[in-house]
Design a protein around this ligand. Structure first.
Ligand code: URA
Length: 274
């Protein structure tokens, strides 16, 4: 006898299958009673295999919807909700009320921000992990502790920065957020930066850098390069992508490059970068 699935189980299963589908896994297989189609021999040379370092193709919201999974695109509702928030408190309340991100169903709580909202520096990471999901604050686990130490090394204390993420709820098992989830949060994340109005924004890790700078290059190419980010409805702000501290925990040999980026950040904040 099989036990009935609870609505919560179904939500978790949907979230997992969405992730697998988007990763190219045929979760359901062919419908019962059908035979898999025979593979056609390629008429010409097969396409060359992807180079190893090329990032895997990211699922699009359209592909996720076509597969029957995922939230509807954020569309006007999310953008209107975000744009209607005229303070950080109002933005947080709008997110608490927002049902457009599928991650909300599996996360414990919203993870909004920590630090000083009036600081000149804002750091935006990827998505909350387990510790953040438990505490309701971004970057409080091991990678957050490393981030605090890195910023401390250039003389910045917790009152000198404000931290948030591109995605406001924890993806199950700390997997990467999908494009659907990122896009569902984007209007709020952009509004967050516009309302905090920092002098400088740092994108920690490839997902944050690619999301906000609408870049497809990997973080190795993006890190250390200043550009300008104009959040919707906000003023343009100098933006610096850096390695994610979780990556540095796995690859401490990259810390020298991270240090270069921190020095560049310090110079920008000090006005001595010209
Ligand atoms: N990694 C992130 O990108 N954000 C967090 O809040 C924690 C870990």
């Amino acid at each position: 006898m099989t036990a009935a699935l609870s609505p919560e189980d179904i939500r978790v299963l949907k979230s997992l299958t969405q992730w697998w589908e988007q990763a190219g896994v045929d979760v359901l297989g062919p419908p019962p009673g059908t035979r898999p189609a025979r593979r056609q021999e390629p008429a010409s040379e097969p396409a060359p295999r992807r180079a190893r370092e090329e990032p895997a193709p990211r699922a699009t919201p359209a592909a996720a919807r076509a597969a029957g999974f995922g939230a509807p695109p954020p569309g006007e509702d999310a953008r209107k909700l975000a744009a209607g928030a005229d303070s950080l408190e109002a933005l947080r309340a709008a997110l608490e009320a927002y049902e457009g991100c599928p991650l909300k169903a599996t996360a414990t709580r919203l993870v909004f921000a920590r630090g000083n909202p009036g600081a000149r520096l804002m750091i935006v990471g990827e998505a909350p992990g387990r510790e953040e999901d438990m505490e309701g604050q971004p970057f409080v686990g091991r990678s957050g502790q490393l981030l605090d130490r890195m910023l401390g090394a250039i003389g910045l204390g917790p009152e000198d920065y404000y931290i948030s993420n591109a995605v406001f709820w924890r993806p199950p098992g700390n997997r990467k957020p999908t494009d659907v989830e990122i896009e569902a949060c984007r209007p709020f994340a952009e509004r967050h930066i516009a309302l905090a109005a920092p002098d400088v924004v740092v994108f920690a890790g490839g997902i944050a850098a690619q999301t906000f700078l609408r870049a497809s290059a990997g973080i190795t190419a993006l890190r250390g390069r200043w550009s300008e980010f104009a959040p919707e409805g906000g003023a343009p702000v100098p933006a610096l992508p850096i390695y994610h501290p979780a990556f540095l925990l796995r690859r401490p040999q990259e810390k020298a490059r991270a240090w270069e980026d921190l020095l560049s950040l310090k110079a920008k904040l000090d006005g001595s970068d010209a």
